[in-house]
Design a protein around this ligand. Structure first.
Ligand code: PSU
Ligand code: MN
Length: 305
């Protein structure tokens, strides 16, 4: 069960074959399954994302930790086991992996843990919904997602619909700049805000896959394979929610979290869950649409590399 580095990382047969034959592989995170979406919708969405990736002739590598083993790629028997297990799923960032391995815990991997494991497995492209970042009121909480640190240290392209709208977007973009993480707007001049396709934050635009691939190659050399890139892919307009509509709900959710004392790693899932309730599922529909859209772009980008 241990890989050549002595880590409990297991590749599915399909992912193993694709990597050894140098075919394109796209990583997917699993916190969105374990903590982001309600059952059974979570597994349906995962199946849909995997289908989108295979429609583009790429192989999906969903990353999840089960009983202390990091699985890269979920095959049918593992999926069934995961769906029927009584073991609770933790939310695992990169720093949580060592203890989870040792204690044989299970958990969904966040963007940072997924990047770390994808990199160890030799996967360069990763699709997620929206990255974590600097939380609002960071001045008091110091709550900055490890996703940003992972982007600053691991050579993986992350395709996301910008960052989660619940964050302090300006501070998140500033940190990405300080860390030297290129933020590229795919066919957009502004940073998308998860549910909302546009914003007032200007970013560098790219409309051409080959240019994107070229810049990734240059970035890896310039940074000695030492940092990632964020490709910001706006949610399709027809599923987007205008920020004037969602912003009051976000403020309401943040106030509620403060009121009931939710913070730390529980904060992001709590806020997204509450938003799903307040918007009567509209935010969930948007979340699914943008996940699919990102899986599609990550796949075509993987082919262009
Ligand atoms: N999507 C959800 N809920 C989540 C996340 C995504 O619906 O909890 C995860 C992502 O995996 C992201 C993580 O990497 O939240 C960031 O968490 P934090 O802000 O605690 O670093
Ligand atoms: Mn945090």
């Amino acid at each position: 069960m241990y890989n050549s580095e002595g880590l409990p990382i297991k590749l599915s047969e399909e992912v193993h074959c694709a990597l050894s034959e140098k075919r394109q592989v796209v990583a997917l995170e699993s916190t969105v399954i374990t903590h982001g979406l309600p059952k059974p919708l979570n597994w349906e969405v995962l199946a849909r994302l995997q289908q989108v990736i295979s429609e583009e002739d790429c192989t999906a590598a969903t990353i999840i930790v089960h009983r202390g083993v990091a699985h890269i790629g979920i095959d049918d028997s593992l999926k069934e086991e995961l769906q029927n297990t009584d073991i609770p799923f933790n939310k695992l960032s990169l720093r949580d992996l060592p203890l989870a391995f040792a204690r044989k815990d299970s958990g969904g991997t966040t963007v940072s843990a997924t990047m770390g494991l994808a990199h160890r497995a030799g996967i360069e492209v990763f699709a997620t919904g929206g990255i974590g970042g600097v939380h609002r009121f960071w001045q008091d909480s110091w709550d900055v997602s490890m996703d940003l640190i992972a982007l600053s240290r691991m050579p993986v392209i992350v395709v996301s619909a910008g960052c989660k709208a619940i964050l302090d977007v300006e501070a998140t973009l500033e940190m990405l700049e300080s860390f030297g993480v290129p933020v590229v707007g795919w066919q957009t001049d502004t940073f998308p805000l998860f549910y909302t396709p546009e914003s007032n934050y200007h970013i560098s635009r790219c409309d051409d896959l080959d240019l994107l691939a070229q810049s990734w190659k240059a970035h890896k050399i310039l940074r000695d394979n030492g940092s990632g890139m964020l490709v910001a892919n706006p949610i399709p307009k027809e599923y987007g929610i205008h920020s004037s509509q969602i912003e009051p709900f976000i403020n309401q959710a943040i106030a509620e979290a403060k009121h009931v004392g939710i913070k730390g790693k529980e904060l992001t899932p709590f806020l997204l869950d509450l938003l799903a309730q307040i918007t009567k599922g509209e935010s969930v529909k948007a979340n699914i649409a943008l996940l699919e859209h990102n899986a599609r772009l990550a796949s075509v980008l993987a082919k262009a590399l």
